[in-house]
Design a protein around this ligand. Structure first.
Ligand SMILES: Nc1ncnc2c1ncn2[C@@H]1O[C@H](COP(=O)(O)OP(=O)(O)OP(=O)(O)O)[C@@H](O)[C@H]1O
Ligand SMILES: [Mg+2]
Length: 398
């Protein structure tokens, strides 16, 4: 084909043999889950009775981001469904990511829709016009029509739900006579604070299995990464690459998603550079990029007034050839930035306090300085990152 393009623009290099394995969206099979044996066993134990057609126990999983909560919950449930079928029992489950379905009605609809899909049923579930309880009734109908012995709902990111109604009604469906099926729930949250809220609001009978997934240590991350080594061609990864990413990730966050992503990024950088091996230099570059991304996330998650304060400090740092500024100088620039955006500026004291809080997050640093002859002591503030990165992060967020 003569489209003016040559084949070599599509060249992908000699680094990856199966890059899917290290992509963010990839969900590994149970056999590729490493370092979560106890957790897998606990969730499996909660679902155990359902394999024999009995009532699954409720499970509540907490843990920081990237600690394998969603992965373990889904894989273990999927495996249980298969085993129940092998035993001649009907067991179904559905997975609801509450961050995508935050209202009671949307989450209830998604539960009904998920079950409909699993059963290959056709209920023509309306998108709008009926209430949350009606959607749940469709779920109970499906369970009864298809004679399902046990059913498990995974409510992921449950803290995003507007209320606990769906949880309450699902966990009481049997005792309230709405359904004959044995119903269980797996709740997942990356907010440890939710634990307290949960126990205050929800029936104590629900708290049967309360699991906390800890951040991964270097050894576990090393195993997780080694298990995906076949994403790369034979001999391409230098020996020190995986240990280096594992050690750094364990120290910074213990997040498997981020560690896998850094490995992928190092490979991509090697690929882009036309290299034949992934060396420590590419890892360093990938780690630097990951750190910049984390910083961006941190900045973009700040409230609008904080962003204005940071924008003022960044433009000050860029405009002048020093990097420490008195609160009054930052405040002047902040007021100007607020006026430009048509925002009412906060008081001097508020801004001064916000600046100190940013220090706590590691975005800025504040210290008392003695001042020169005749001056009292005063606070100076400094951005801890390259102002260009800060400006970029702020622009990305707006
Ligand atoms: N034990 C593990 N073995 C192999 N890969 C893992 C493991 N734990 C996590 N991963 C990888 O990290 C990704 C993120 O894990 P998961 O989605 O389970 O995190 P999470 O705890 O649900 O995080 P979040 O709170 O952000 O939703 C997975 O898709 C998988 O690629
Ligand atoms: Mg998750």
């Amino acid at each position: 084909m003569d489209d003016g393009l040559t084949d070599n623009i599509y060249q992908t290099g000699d680094i990856f043999s199966n890059r899917e394995l290290v992509r963010v969206g990839y969900v590994p099979k149970l056999s590729r889950i490493v370092g979560r044996d106890d957790e897998v066993r606990e969730v499996g134990g909660a679902l155990g009775p359902a394999i024999q057609g009995g009532p699954p126990e409720t499970c509540i999983i907490y843990g920081k981001t990237g600690t394998g909560k969603s992965l373990v919950a889904r894989c273990v449930t999927r495996g249980a469904v298969k085993r129940a079928q092998d035993n001649g029992h009907s067991f179904q489950y559905c997975y609801v990511d509450c961050s995508d379905y935050q209202t009671e009605a949307k989450a209830s609809r998604e539960m009904a829709r998920g079950l409909e899909e699993q059963l290959h049923a056709d209920k023509s579930i309306p998108r709008i016009g009926i209430g949350a309880a009606d959607y749940r009734d469709i779920t109970w109908e499906l369970l009864s029509e298809y004679d399902i012995d046990s059913f498990v709902v995974i409510l992921d990111e449950i803290d995003k739900l507007e209320n606990d109604e769906i949880l309450r009604s699902v966990s009481r469906a049997k005792e309230s006579g709405k359904s004959k099926t044995n119903i269980g729930v797996i709740c997942i949250s990356n907010k440890i604070e939710y634990r307290k809220r949960f126990s205050e609001r929800v029936d104590s009978s629900l708290q049967e299995n309360d699991l906390v997934f800890d951040p991964y240590d270097a050894h576990q991350l090393r195993n997780i990464l080694t298990n995906r080594k076949d994403a790369f061609k034979e001999g391409v990864l230098e020996k020190s690459v995986i240990p280096k990413i594992a050690a750094s990730s364990a120290q910074e966050h213990g997040d498997a998603r981020k560690a896998v992503d850094t490995l992928y990024e190092a490979g991509r950088l090697a690929e882009k550079a036309g290299a034949s091996t992934v060396t420590n230099d590419f890892v360093d570059e990938a780690l630097k990029k990951a750190e910049a991304n984390r910083f961006k996330e941190l900045v973009s998650g700040q409230p609008p007034q904080v962003k204005l304060v940071l924008a003022a400090l960044a433009s000050l740092t860029k405009a002048q050839d020093r990097d420490q500024f008195r609160t009054s100088t930052v405040y002047d620039w902040y007021k100007r930035a607020a006026a430009e955006e048509g925002k009412q500026p906060l008081s001097y004291d508020r801004v001064s306090k916000l600046l100190r809080e940013q220090g706590f997050l590691g975005i800025t640093e504040s210290e008392h300085t003695g001042g020169g002859y005749g001056e009292g002591s005063y606070m100076v503030h400094r951005l801890l990152r390259d102002p260009d990165i800060v400006v970029e992060a702020l622009n990305d967020a707006s």
